[in-house]
Design a protein. Structure first.
Length: 285
């Protein structure tokens, strides 16, 4: 049901993606208000109720937004909108000029040219290319790529069970639980995955989905950290085999984690997708 409305909206934003929603449903529960022409999704962040961008074609955006506002008014709650990209945020301001936009850098999506991540060509990616080539050299004849399917998904689960299993980082463990959830939904929600075997054993896998006809999203990427070049290889091979027709790859945001930000910047994104939180000024109704 959700995917139907996502297809109508065609947003190129990582939170408006079914795999992402299911991955983080434990941390960010969803509530819905459904209409034939639109779907409103409400979420909770740090105790505050908010709505995502209305899932609909452009012609029904205003209608959906007014309905969302009436829900907040009914319960006497401040009207809060989050994860809005620039154009829809401007539409909101045209409808509700009293609301204020605040850009959230921590939520910005990193978007890359797919071709660059399939070739690692150019001076900027030389260090990454060196890791890639080192893997191909060191593991020549020992590695293989497979598309994720019902025959090998259990091996990915087995790999994930030991991947950072003892790491105390609560954020990482929350994500691990979400990845298990996504693996169990293979064939139920639309995504494409791939894995790398070394000496017959699964050592990395990646999962992604379509955001729009030109852009895919890499939702999940896990690899053995001790194997040089493996992260570069799973990214390159997964893109080449599963999303070869994609022009752009959205590799999501960094959630304000400095180590994730530096890792994403190191791949030199083509552009960032800015996102906005929209609400009344503090102290206003």
């Amino acid at each position: 049901m959700i995917q139907h409305y996502l297809d109508l909206a065609q947003y190129e934003e990582s939170n408006h993606n079914l795999v992402n929603m299911m991955l983080w449903i434990e941390a960010y529960p969803l509530f819905k208000c459904q209409h034939e022409n639109w779907l409103i999704l409400l979420g909770i962040h740090e105790g505050t109720l908010f709505i995502y961008m209305p899932l609909c074609s452009r012609e029904y955006f205003r209608e959906a937004l007014l309905e969302a506002k009436s829900i907040f008014d009914h319960y006497g709650l401040p009207f809060v909108l989050s994860c809005f990209t620039q154009q829809p945020a401007q539409w909101v301001q045209q409808i509700f000029p009293q609301l204020c936009l605040t850009e959230n850098r921590d939520s910005a999506d990193y978007v890359y040219l797919a071709e660059k991540l399939k070739t690692f060509a150019g001076k900027k990616l030389q260090k990454k290319r060196n890791h890639l080539n080192a893997f191909y050299r060191d593991y020549a004849g020992r590695w293989s790529y497979e598309t994720l399917d019902e025959h090998n998904v259990a091996e990915c689960e087995a790999f994930l069970r030991q991947w950072h299993a003892e790491d105390p980082d609560a954020f990482l463990q929350q994500e691990r639980r979400g990845v298990f959830r996504i693996l169990k939904l293979l064939g139920t929600i639309p995504y494409r995955g791939g894995l790398i075997r070394i000496d017959g054993q699964v050592k990395a896998f990646a999962i992604g989905s379509w955001l729009s006809p030109r852009m895919c999203q890499e939702n999940i990427e896990k690899a053995d950290d001790e194997i040089r070049g493996l992260y570069q290889v799973i990214l390159k091979e997964w893109l080449t085999h599963e999303f070869d027709e994609a022009e752009y790859v959205n590799r999501e945001d960094d959630m304000g984690h400095e180590n994730i930000r530096q890792a994403k910047l190191a791949y030199h994104p083509e552009f960032l997708i800015a996102k906005y939180r929209i609400c009344h000024k503090e102290g206003e109704g």
